[in-house]
Design a protein around this ligand. Sequence first.
Ligand SMILES: Cc1cc2nc3c(=O)[nH]c(=O)nc-3n(C[C@H](O)[C@H](O)[C@H](O)COP(=O)(O)OP(=O)(O)OC[C@H]3O[C@@H](n4cnc5c(N)ncnc54)[C@H](O)[C@@H]3O)c2cc1C
Length: 492
Amino acid sequence: MEFDVVVVGCGPVGALTANLLGARGVRTLVVERDTAPHRQPRAFSCDDEALRIYQQAGLLTEVAGDMHQPRRAEYVNAKGRAFATIALDEVDFGLGHRPLHFFDQPRLEAALRAGFDRFPHVTLRTGVELMRLTQDEGAATVTLRDLATDEETEVRAKYVLGCDGARSTTRVAAGIALTGSSYAEPWLAVSGDVAPGAVRVPTTTFVCDWRRPAFVSPGAFDTYRLEFMLRPDEDPADMTGPGAVARLVAPYVDPDRFTVTRAIVYTFHHLVAERWRDRRVFLLGDAAHQMPPFLGQGLCSGLRDAANLTWKLALALESDAPGSLLDSYEAERRPHTEAMALTSVRLGRVFLVRNRFAAFLRDVVLRAVQAVPRVRRLVRHFEFKPLPALPDGRVMFPQPEVVVGGVRRLLDDVLGPDFAVLGPGVDGSTARDWSGPRARFLRVVAEGRPRTEDDLVDVTGELTAWFARHRTDVVVLRPDRFVHTDQVRKTQ
Ligand SMILES: Cc1cc2nc3c(=O)[nH]c(=O)nc-3n(C[C@H](O)[C@H](O)[C@H](O)COP(=O)(O)OP(=O)(O)OC[C@H]3O[C@@H](n4cnc5c(N)ncnc54)[C@H](O)[C@@H]3O)c2cc1C
């Protein structure tokens, strides 16, 4: 077998997946039907966890360097008065990055694809589509068609990852059904470049106007994104014309100084694949789940899939990892994705009220409940967003800056790609007694305490506080930086 893994689809999820596999030395073939990356921006925002995953792929600077970080997001009523604010500049979930970023999807995808150049064992074939797939005891066989020559070839690999989007051929070929529902209302999404002084609403805003719900925000690289719900009597074809677009965008950007790069109509879905695995075949990203975009989590959820599955696949390929390790992919990812989708649907209910009286009630109630400090904090500090946690309650480990050997860096950059065993209780015997997979061992020392060159100095105090709160002095972290166990002896 020339390849260990075939990744079907080189959208953002497939491209990130191949980078994460490449970084672990996995021989990977990526096949993509289109000959060039998408020119059109679709996903627009990503969160701190997504950035931590790009960081794990070694692409943080390339991908995130130019992202736009909004300071706050507002929910305003039909009169433009804010009834809820998410104060993003007051939010820090402790993962090492700001909680919300806006990016340009074509640039993001180009940076992810450029990442393949680092790995001679990652091959991208564009203009090639998956036609069929079969599985036997030892491998999966994919039939690929070159769209230029119509020639079909077969490739055998240990695993096939369906990152081929909402209409996934992989999912269909594996006989996996989608369940859920689709929203009837069409939306118009408009993206464009703004000239200096063109922006009339500079804040990320959910316009909860019962006559025309909309989302508007400045983006990266002097762009502006607007999404408008269309009314039943509006013909989508008319609404994408220059006149209609100019009328809609005018309250937010000056149409004369706004160059539209994209105006398309689409509908939302809340769908999930019945199974995310069929023996050697796995589904990731939109192939596995699609959710409404009100929380900006569609793509982020796909990135989490990639971070969860790739280290497990690498372990399974290089050792006799138990079969349950690969089964844990769906078991761990499905509940979190469903929680994100549900929160997104609930936000949509607040946002999409289409009746004047109901909208009035919503505005009054939401303003009133925020008089309760706990509720106000929940909204203002974005605490309604589901935390990165596994179903058994294990959490993602914080990522403060630390100092090792006199150099200050983000924690993950020190820990490297494997398991990590760290804490104030790590000593010479910890590594000697360890019988788990490849791991890095680091003693955590509070700032100002005696230390050696190899110790990890907790200059912010966050790690010391974490260990005190969890009443432990050693923690084992998985490669995706979720806590594996906080009692090292359990793993041995
Ligand atoms: C209007 C809109 C706004 C959104 N905003 C956000 C947001 O702000 N934040 C966010 O996180 N998400 C957002 N999303 C969701 C996000 O765009 C998707 O979740 C994300 O693009 C999915 O990525 P993917 O790689 O799984 O699939 P895709 O991007 O669809 O990529 C799949 C790839 O597979 C290829 N392919 C398909 N079939 C085959 C085949 N048989 N053989 C070979 N190749 C194949 C396709 O050509 C494509 O390149 C939004 C979505 C929409 C529609």
